[in-house]
Design a protein around this ligand. Sequence first.
Ligand code: 4AD
Ligand code: MG
Length: 461
Amino acid sequence: TVEVKQLYRETNKYLNQNIRVSGWVRTIRSSKSFGFIELNDGTFLKNLQVVFDEKLDNFKEIEKLPISSSITVEGKLIETPTAKQPFEVHADKIIIEGYSHSDYPLQKKRHTFEYLRTIAHLRPRSNTFSAVFRVRSVAAYAIHKFFQERGFVYVHTPIITGSDCEGAGQMFRVTTLDLNNLPRKEDGTVDFSQDFFGRETNLTVSGQLEAEVYALAFKKVYTFGPTFRAENSNTPRHASEFWMIEPEIAFADLNDYMDLAEEMIKYIITYVMENCPEEMEFFNNFIDNTLLDRLNNVVNSKFERITYTEAIELLKKSGENFQFPVEWGCDLQTEHERYITEKIFKKPVFVTNYPKDIKAFYMRLNDDGKTVAAADLLVPGVGEIIGGSQREERYDVLLNRIRELGMKEEDYWWYLELRKYGGTKHSGFGLGFERMIMYLTGMSNIRDVIPFPRTPRNAEF
Ligand code: 4AD
Ligand code: MG
């Protein structure tokens, strides 16, 4: 048995040979004595054309096969120099593996992505989703390859955790408590310390704090795993469950982080373009016809680096009527991020040194006392794709910040100790994997780049 991808990649090896291929019927048409099947076997975006005729003893059955039936074909591979496809197989035998029903929803017509979301169990069989999820797999591999080649250690940080890394209170609680019989404190309020063997626990929003632990032992580490945010934002860029890549490097400052992130983004793009040429061409043809040009430019240009203060100045000067007005101190909204990358610079932009009040507690305080050594990477079409910073390595400054924000000091004792026992400057960042896939494919909704999206209104599958 041979796979369709092999036929396309090593055509000469298989031409005029007898082959055997298994797959699903994408289209079928026939006349009185012969017919054509476009067969997709899942290994490749492109189909294999199967020619069959009445010599087959089950010709009548084959002719009536509903779309998406599964079959095995045996026959000779023939070159077709004048046709659209490079070759076809002339079937000597077709075995019906499994019938499909005639009400199969993915008939040969364009469906909206909204509709396809309602059939998340069938959508990977469509061209678009076949391409998206193959790119997703290859991009994940590229990321591991990038870090492993550079000597980073892959650390598995916990999914159930007691600490709120981002301090934004957007955590899903994990509990072993009987919700119908909650333990109460003396004042009558629920005693959540009984959640998980004496500890309040949640699903992690980020593996960063634990990654820092390992960076201060291994120097260069990364995580790559699922993270969870209980924010009720119904946007095309937010999901409740998403995957994040979080490198953390000891002895590195903010510029070192930005250099690494830039190198990584270029590496992922290059690797995916080289290893998924058909998929990328498909996206360029059907999703966004500027995609390949844009990505090629990204690989060949230097990312912009501006400070938050400069970004605010540029936005104010733009004369644009933003829905959210721009003032020093405000958080950048999607409309601002997109204006900066799409209208002003037309390429990826790092925005650095944000006001400390709109950033997380662990970011290193700058000498001005007002800003922190943070950097977000913004890209055209998506907005924020990476968030990161240099970490506060000074014990006293960090402790002050934790107290200032009213966080529970005792929850962070181990994090503080990292600053006590050979602490050093260190930096890291988080790349949102789904946003990276959106950027790579031109897909505009996060629900369409994750196999089974978890968003406030999508959890059926
Ligand atoms: O900016 P964020 O919140 O940063 C952190 O979590 C840091 N602890 C990372 C670090 O320094 N190690 O999230 C990082 C990235 C964002 O830039 C975005 O790409 C993605 O994660 N992200 C989301 N993606 C999808 N849905 C959501 N709700 C997301 N929230 C963040
Ligand atoms: Mg962020």
